[in-house]
Design a protein around this ligand. Structure first.
Ligand SMILES: CC(C)(COP(=O)(O)OP(=O)(O)OC[C@H]1O[C@@H](n2cnc3c(N)ncnc32)[C@H](O)[C@@H]1OP(=O)(O)O)[C@@H](O)C(=O)NCCC(=O)NCCS
Length: 166
């Protein structure tokens, strides 16, 4: 079944991305420091992400907005960037995350001429760590007590993937 990474379309994507931005536990899994009292402004958020890096919506079956992927802090000389991914809970656990990460790596290498992807993942996010490990990402270290979710500090694992042939 089809998956593609495409540009943000406000009318189609805003409701799903709004749900995700309003999901505080999900945002803490993304190390995003959500402010539960702040209004959710998806358009402003996406504009910031697009200005700072590369942002794409994960679209399934040519119609379904399932989440997003992004690359930030792209380094021109060293040709690496930091990966982010999140799927709406409705679309998690069915193999779409793996497909989206593969599509992202392909685009990073062929479209953006990157040679390395890096990411930070909360160490207790076993599903994500398992996924990244099976995609070839290597754990390069752990930042102890690094991310504060408002009640406790979480360890964060750093991972890297050298894009084959890059
Ligand atoms: C992390 C995330 C992108 C993974 O995408 P996904 O579509 O849920 O994962 P997949 O279905 O592709 O599964 C990937 C692997 O994780 C495992 N997995 C996924 N969900 C799981 C679950 N609920 N329990 C156990 N294992 C699970 C699968 O077994 C699979 O491994 P396998 O292919 O070797 O069997 C997605 O779950 C997500 O957006 N989570 C919330 C946000 C987040 O944590 N982002 C990452 C921050 S670094």
């Amino acid at each position: 079944m089809s998956l593609r990474l495409r540009r943000f379309r406000p009318l189609v994507d805003e409701p799903i991305l709004r749900e995700m931005r309003s999901d505080i536990p999900l945002q803490h899994r993304l190390l995003a420091h959500p402010d539960p009292t702040a209004p959710v402004d998806v358009l402003a958020w996406v504009s910031r992400r697009e200005a700072l890096g590369w942002f794409r919506v994960v679209e399934l079956k040519e119609t379904i907005t399932a989440g997003f992927v992004q690359l930030t802090d792209r380094h021109g000389l060293d040709r690496y960037a930091w990966v982010g991914i999140a799927l709406h809970p409705r679309w998690q656990g069915s193999g779409w995350g793996r497909r989206a990460m593969q599509a992202l790596a392909e685009e990073a290498k062929s479209g953006l001429d990157l040679r390395k992807l890096m990411l930070q993942v909360r160490s207790d996010n076993q599903n994500a760590r398992h996924l990244y490990g099976t995609l070839g990402y290597r754990e390069v270290g752990e930042l102890r007590h690094h991310y504060f979710d408002g009640s406790e500090y979480h360890d964060v694992t750093m991972m890297e993937l050298l894009l084959e042939g890059a």
